[in-house]
Ligand binder design. Structure first.
Ligand code: ATP
Ligand code: MG
Length: 287
């Protein structure tokens, strides 16, 4: 099924990012309300076609922890990407006062499950774990969006812009691993930072605290990693975050280690119950 602009009625704006706007739209043929993300890129028609083709694998990516993908197309130099509309918005809208531990734990559990799905089922690294890419709906589902499925798109986004808030792990800044310094462990670092941000209500390496962006990067590489406030969160939660934010990437836990951590045990046990049998590897619906 191919989605086109002519079938969509724009209902309003959901937010803006570095590359374009996300609109709430109504898809007339199916009566589904969707989120339509626009990405402005100065690319050749061939590259744009390549991106659309690479995004197509998302049709096969079904998980309760990943935002559903409905289709993509391009018009002139913009890629349009339609996905499940999440009616509670992104994590950054939830946390101004700091998220209480039970909620934070549920969110973290869903994010780890989502990242594990991306790695095991699609063989991809997310590359952009941060609060605005973690979406919530009123049913209480927590799902990931904006992950790096398309190599072509990853490359052009990397060339276009780097934001001022850096969720980059130390090894990415000093480029010690992989062709672009990015490994699966870098996502674990970004997860740790995201948890601290959601708990404290502010970005741990807030630019305002530094004279310039180099000082900020220096703090990530040479400073002590951020922590959860120990007076407000359990030892188990603090330990979980501390493991994600180990500066040495090789010593960070993998997703299974994180799911086995005592902090997530209760949430994991619930997934097991829902599957009807103890510990099942796949929580999502079988085909
Ligand atoms: P950046 O451009 O740095 O990645 P960003 O993630 O905020 O930042 P976008 O991905 O363009 O930028 O998203 C803009 C905003 O739109 C997000 O902050 C989020 O609140 C909202 N949004 C994105 N996708 C959805 C969706 N599927 N449902 C509801 N709201 C969404
Ligand atoms: Mg985003």
């Amino acid at each position: 099924y191919k989605i086109s602009m002519a079938q969509l009625q724009v209902l309003g704006e959901l937010g803006r990012g570095q590359y374009g706007v996300v609109h709430k739209v109504f898809h007339e043929p199916t009566h589904v309300t969707m989120a339509l993300k626009e990405i402005r890129l100065e690319l050749s028609k061939r590259s744009l076609q390549q991106i659309i083709m690479e995004l197509d694998v998302l049709h096969k990516a079904r998980s309760p922890y990943i935002v559903d993908f409905y289709g993509a197309f391009f018009i002139e130099s913009c890629v349009y990407y339609s996905m499940e509309y999440m009616d509670f918005g992104s994590l950054d809208r939830l946390y101004p006062a700091g998220i209480p531990e039970p909620v934070l734990r549920k969110i973290t559990h869903s994010v780890v499950r989502g990242l594990q799905f991306l790695k095991d089922e699609l063989r991809i690294i997310h590359r952009d774990v941060k609060p605005t890419n973690i979406l919530v709906n009123k049913k209480g589902d927590v799902k990931l969006c904006d992950f790096g499925v398309s190599g072509e798109l990853n490359q052009s986004l990397a060339k276009t812009h780097v934001g001022c808030q850096s969720y980059m792990a130390p090894e990415r800044i000093i480029c010690t691993s992989g062709p672009d310094g990015y490994t699966i462990q870098s996502d674990v670092w970004s997860l740790g930072l995201t948890i601290v941000e959601a708990a404290s209500g502010r970005f741990p390496y807030e630019t305002a605290g530094f004279a310039n962006v180099f000082d900020q990067l220096d703090a990530i590489v040479n400073g002590d990693p951020p922590k959860l406030p120990i007076d407000k969160y359990s030892n188990s939660a603090c330990d979980f975050v501390q493991q994600c934010l180990r500066k040495e990437s090789a010593s960070r836990p993998n997703y299974q280690n994180l799911l086995d951590h005592p902090w997530l045990q209760e949430a994991e046990a619930l997934v097991g119950l829902m599957n009807g049998s103890g510990k099942t590897k796949h929580a999502w619906c079988p085909e």
